[in-house]
Design a protein around this ligand. Sequence first.
Ligand code: GDP
Ligand code: ADP
Length: 218
Amino acid sequence: MAELSKQSRRGILIILSSPSGAGKSTLAKRLMAWDPSIQFSVSATTRKPREGEEHGREYYFHTREEFQEMVENDEMLEHAEVFGNFYGSPKKKVVEALDAGHDVLFDIDWQGGQQIRNSMQGDDVVSVFVLPPSIAELERRLRGRNQDSDEIIEGRMSRSRDEISHWAEYDFVLVNEDVDQAEAEVKAIVMAERLRRSRQTGLNDLVRGLNAEFEAMK
Ligand code: GDP
Ligand code: ADP
């Protein structure tokens, strides 16, 4: 049954946004471990790779010139400047995945969320905003991640307020206090969205078959 509904519907664009450090990447990884059919939209960025990050896995790392060229060639579904770097979602793989019935997960900021909502069919987009339980905890997590300098952390903290100010534009909001609970919540959102009647056009055949069985019983 899961296979039937997977193959017979168009994929959903799942947008995950939050202030930096609230736990989007953690939740995205858990969601994909739960259902490997979900495809992660690997963004292109002009920011430098962090230790352990691989070109093509976390991001496609590009120069500003290369990035600009991709934008000019209309290769980006959306793009934005964040923390002085450019970030964007390459279009081709996303469209292919959606057409093949896969759900695609985006870890992008509010600007990207707005652009995708405006450019794609609204029904195909589900957006989730992740709030931290407190600003003190947000800062602890950013520092605990141990991947950015003090200056970069301060920049991210000052941008958090701006990011949080867009929380009400999202379909769903969750507070990532306990990570296991937040994971369960994000899975529940995806599950419920997949079960929307409007998405389950493939069930028409099943219902026709059920009716045929009723007829045969007469
Ligand atoms: P981190 O989120 O703190 O790990 O830092 P990153 O440098 O990986 O990302 C910075 C911000 O850019 C986050 O808010 C991401 O969600 C956002 N971002 C990443 N990729 C994209 C993208 O393709 N488009 C847009 N609009 N934002 C992106
Ligand atoms: P983002 O992608 O939103 O920048 P991350 O997923 O990288 O955030 O999380 C930032 C840090 O906080 C990471 O070190 C991560 O392991 C940790 N973290 C995520 N969720 C929680 C949580 N619920 N409680 C404590 N630490 C968390």
